[in-house]
Design a protein around this ligand. Structure first.
Ligand code: IMP
Ligand code: MG
Length: 174
């Protein structure tokens, strides 16, 4: 375990099992559709590549990068697009893949932005949702795990760009 990690919240095994379940569910729900996995860089990358391999359907992937935190553990509320999608999304069934929903500000911004581009549908799959988060009008259609209101790292999630490569979700020493 990394030194600064206080405890493991979700183990590698638990992640694996839950992602297989999500993949099965998504394979049923998106059968015959035009699925585009839209990963939100960089946090969702690790989750997205594992999730994609658990989905037994033809699909495409695209990525968008936004910034809302900088190097702080508090949301600034300011969302900027750092990298836009490569391809047009009209007529596509978009599944936005997010690492974590905290305040929901990032997600709300992304959903509002996508709605203007005429997709066939937009749903959200979040690996983690903080239990305390009650973002207005925003909810994830697929959720990996509900977690307590703590700052977590690993499996794609960072603190100051570190810890993304941990194979588990851990709570950082404050
Ligand atoms: P929100 O806009 O407050 O919902 O925050 C969304 C983004 O903030 C996520 O996509 C993460 O990149 C980051 N974030 C929120 N909570 C955490 C955390 O506990 N650990 C690491 N990153 C987080
Ligand atoms: Mg993120």
């Amino acid at each position: 375990m990394a030194d600064e990690v206080k405890r493991v919240l979700i183990s590698q095994e638990q992640l694996k099992r839950r992602i297989q379940e999500l993949g099965k569910q998504l394979s049923q729900d998106y059968a015959g559709r035009n699925l585009l996995l839209l990963g939100v860089l960089k946090g969702a990358v690790v989750f997205l590549v594992d999730l994609a391999r658990a989905i037994d359907l033809p699909l495409q992937m695209d990525f968008m990068a936004v910034s809302s935190y900088g190097a702080s553990t508090q949301s600034s509320g300011v969302v900027r697009i750092l990298k836009d999608l490569d391809a047009a999304v009209d007529g596509r069934d978009i599944l936005v893949v997010e690492d974590i929903i905290d305040t929901g500000l990032t997600l709300r911004y992304i959903l509002e932005n996508l709605a203007m581009r005429n997709p066939a549908s937009v749903k959200v799959c979040a690996l983690l949702v903080k239990e305390k988060s009650r973002p207005e009008g925003i909810k994830a259609d697929y959720v990996g795990f509900q977690i307590p209101d703590e700052f977590v790292v690993g499996y794609g999630l960072d603190y100051a760009e570190l810890y993304r490569n941990l194979p588990y979700i851990g709570v950082l020493e404050s």
